[in-house]
Write a new protein. Sequence first.
Length: 290
Amino acid sequence: MNAITTLFLVLAPLGLLQAHAFAFELWLEDAAGQKDTITIGYDAGASYGIDPQFGETDIKTAPFPDSMEVRAAGYLYDDLNIFCFELSQADPTSFHSKVLILDDECMSTPEHEPGVFLIANAQFPVTVRWDQGLFENACRNRSLLTDWLPGGWFDAPCENNGIIRLNEQSEVQLVPAAGAYMPNATDTAYLYFVAFRGDSTIVGTPRPGGRTEISLFPNPASDEVLILPPSGEPLEYLLFDAMGRRISAGGIQGRQAVSLPAGLPEGLYYFRFFGKDGRPQGSLPLRVGR
């Protein structure tokens, strides 16, 4: 049976910092020594489709070879039928390419418009390498790789590989992800994600019909964190740990400092925000350090 590994890439909001274009290479090598490379990036002039001027060419109709091949792809979020720890028959890809340049400029590419990363015929574990120095830029220095599925990011844990910070290391060995689908009768595709995020001004996932611009400072935090709604509106919040367990809840009236629970262990946590009408306003990761 062939195997296709799928990585999603979402360019998350990065606050006030601007960058019109960025691209980097991912180098992959499986346990059998098979290698391939793709290019991922964003550009203010790109679209969420095939852009030949950026080197994108649709190769979806070409069969995968017997040796490992790596492909980027478009993602059909609205047609998604992939479930955590279950095998789906749905194909979430709209096109395949060796180059993927998303429509962005260091701001928010919505969660429903990520890119997909496919690896065919790989033997696990798969070693993924990248240029760590490219993620020292304040526009990308909290970028991460994970296998959580979009639509539930930071809400319901669904991962086998944890969260990998791209500025803290230059390679990782991936195991099969929590989400998978079958593009045909013999192949299996595993799903992974990369989110590009910046320094302390990290903006949450978009609210329906627009972009959320809530930020946290400092991040990482130790004893308290300042929650900064864009226009000072009141918000309700829930704080979860990385396993999805609720840690605390509360409300703020505009920009306000919130004390973290005493003795909270170091690690990654997630805020979920709601308006006074109960409508979701986005989610944000928070790193707790001492």
